[in-house]
Design a binder for this molecule. Structure first.
Ligand code: AGP
Length: 613
């Protein structure tokens, strides 16, 4: 996590840094800071007022002394050391001439800090990152150039790192280094940039390159020189960027989350575009795994975190049902520690919006070490996972800035269901005519998503009626279960209300004891295979005095008559139902969070891209 931005050669470095930080805040916002090369040396300003940090910085930068050379900025998601100004980046060395920003975790920082302190360095923060500035200081004192000092520094640290350093002896130079945590470098003919992610530089740079693990880049105005871990000059990989600046702006909405919720019809349509042929064939052009290899797969593991995990759960139902493949699903952070049995006939599907989530990245790396085939479903072209996988299925949802996943979740659902149909076709578990019918239903989804969104006001009004409630249960069966989990996660992360998601049939095995008169239970009661059983579970909670809100298909008055309130969605094939059923739950969570005055784009304690384990 944490966002990094660097610029050199720009006549307006401050604006570039502040815009970049604003666009990177989805990576964390516990504090923000910048270091600028000014005529008197290095000028550093930091603020640690959570979501207000960046506005503090905007005010402070008015006081920046004189014209600026290179500058670096950082927005933090705290791991080591509480969010405070002293722990905010950039960190300085003892001389005040070196400044460093860092994303990642330095696992041996205690050891390094002890050695540095013993040799006279004064470390002032509780962070793991500060050692970087002092390690560089030590190498500079030995006569090394900044780039060599950074390379030496990278060699002596263990763990993950994306960093940028500046030194006042060479005010136009940025030195960037990467191991595991992502970093891109970019240029125009007069300016040089470094950033954690593409949205920070949209509209600013002509060409962007991704730094590979172990590479170090010297970035000067209009010039980039990259060296590998061995010190040899490397040619960086140019990034394919097909997002434009408007995609990274709010476009008239109050916040990114609402904008992204409303972009869902397009996200689904774009993800399906060109992948479904009229004859009933699924076309997957980025698949670099042979059809024959896929036919031989004996077992599938899906690995993911958070909302991506919920999309993976839906895929398990689809893949097992349509493609008749045995599918296990794992929370990515647990996967490699349980000794899973993997070999060349195993397909591991990593699902990740960002393509950078470290838990998922490490899980797919582990799978590759065991010769499993790795396929990644991600929204970010050329992300770390996309580059390391054997095959990639890109969701085409466009950049998602709001921390809560919305449009990328829907795009993942349709991508994974398309993949399931592809596998079914390959393995002959469905007739072409059956696949063709299912593909026809899929093509109707964008319009149905738009129609579900057309009921936003109804959902907002209902949420207003429950604004004073403190606890919510979400229940569902079959593919309604992952929808329940996703509904609860959305509510937790942006409204900070207590919410639990359960398989409805499991409630009676314990959690039902929590229900009391007036508890709010949201049930996913669209017409899937287990509708009758679901309604029996709804009756159980009603009998305990719960207030029941049901997600039901438009026109299904029978279901509508059971609940205290109904959230209506269009009908579709039961396995596609999650794509529609989750929409009122996103809107419900959004409305409750806004009613409580929360910042939905930047919920407390969270970051969008989680690059720590
Ligand atoms: C979703 O709303 C969350 N912000 C979070 O659970 C997220 O889905 C998770 O961190 C996984 O991220 P990824 O898809 O980028 O790997």
């Amino acid at each position: 996590m944490c966002g990094i931005i660097g610029v050199t050669g720009s006549p307006d470095s401050i604006t570039v840094l502040l815009d970049g930080l604003a666009r990177l805040e989805y990576r964390g916002y516990d504090s923000a800071g910048v270091a600028l090369q000014v005529p008197s040396g290095l000028w550093i300003e930091r603020s640690a007022r959570g979501t207000e940090s960046l506005s503090d910085l905007v005010a402070a930068l008015d006081r920046a002394p004189g014209p600026c050379g290179a500058g670096i900025g950082h927005t933090r998601w705290a791991t080591h050391g509480r969010p405070s100004e002293v722990n905010a980046h950039p960190h300085r060395d003892c001389t005040g001439t070196v400044a460093v920003v860092h994303n990642g975790i330095i696992e041996n920082h205690f050891e390094l800090a002890a050695e540095l302190s013993a040799s006279g360095h004064e470390l002032v923060s509780d962070t793991d990152s500060e050692v970087l500035a002092h390690l560089i200081e030590a190498s500079l004192a030995d006569g090394k150039a900044l780039v060599d000092a950074v390379r030496a520094c990278v060699r002596s640290v263990r763990g993950s790192l994306a960093m940028v350093a500046v030194h006042s002896a060479d005010p136009a130079l940025l030195v960037a280094a990467r191991r595991v945590s992502p970093l891109i470098v970019a240029t125009t003919d007069r300016i040089g940039f470094v950033a954690s992610d593409v949205p920070a530089l949209l509209g600013r740079a002509d060409v962007m390159y991704v730094l590979e693990d172990g590479q170090v880049a010297e970035v000067r105005p209009g010039e980039i020189r990259v060296v590998g871990a061995d010190g040899e000059i490397s040619v960086p990989v140019e990034l394919k960027v097909d997002w434009d600046l408007t995609a990274a702006q709010k476009g008239g909405f109050d916040n990114f989350m609402l904008k992204e919720i409303h972009e869902q019809p397009a996200a689904v349509a774009d993800t399906l575009m060109g992948r479904l042929s009229p004859g009933g064939t699924v076309l997957l052009d980025e698949m670099r795994i042979d059809d024959d290899e896929l036919r031989e797969v004996e077992k599938v593991f899906i690995v993911a975190c958070g909302s991506s995990y919920h999309a993976g759960l839906v895929a398990k139902y689809a893949m097992e049902h349509w493609a008749r493949m045995a599918v296990e699903i794992d929370i990515a952070s647990e996967f490699r520690y349980r000794d899973p049995i993997l070999d060349s006939r195993t397909l591991v599907v990593g699902v990740s919006q960002s393509g950078e989530t470290l838990d998922t990245l490490q899980a797919i790396r582990y799978a590759r070490r065991w010769n499993a085939k790795v396929l990644v479903v991600t929204n970010v072209v050329d992300s770390s996972m996309a580059r390391e996988a054997d095959g990639v299925f890109y969701t085409r949802a466009g950049p998602e800035i709001g921390v809560a996943a919305t449009k990328t979740f829907l795009a993942q659902l349709v991508a994974l269901e398309t993949l399931s149909l592809y596998l079914a076709g390959l393995r002959g578990t469905l007739y072409p005519a059956e696949i063709s019918d299912l593909l026809d239903s899929m093509q109707e989804l964008p319009a149905k998503v738009a129609s579900a969104l057309g009921r936003s006001e109804e959902v907002f009004n209902l949420a207003a009626a429950y604004a004073a409630s403190a606890e919510f249960f979400f229940i569902g069966r079959h593919v309604g279960y992952p929808v329940a989990l996703e509904g609860a996660l959305k509510l937790k992360e942006i409204s900070y209300l207590h919410a639990e998601g359960y398989p409805a049939g499991e409630l009676k095995h314990g959690p039902i004891a929590l229900l009391e008169e007036g508890s709010i239970v949201v049930g996913i009661a669209t017409r899937t295979r287990l509708w009758e059983k679901m309604m029996a579970n709804v009756a159980e909670v009603r009998a305990r005095g719960a207030v029941v809100v049901l997600v039901a298909n438009e026109g299904d008055e029978e279901t509508g008559s059971v609940g205290d309130a109904t959230l209506w969605v269009p009908s579709t094939h039961p396995l596609f139902a999650p794509v529609l059923d989750v929409i009122p739950l996103q809107l419900f969570a959004y409305a409750l969070a806004r009613a409580r005055g929360n910042d939905v784009d930047r919920p407390r304690n969270l970051a969008k891209t989680v690059t720590v384990e």
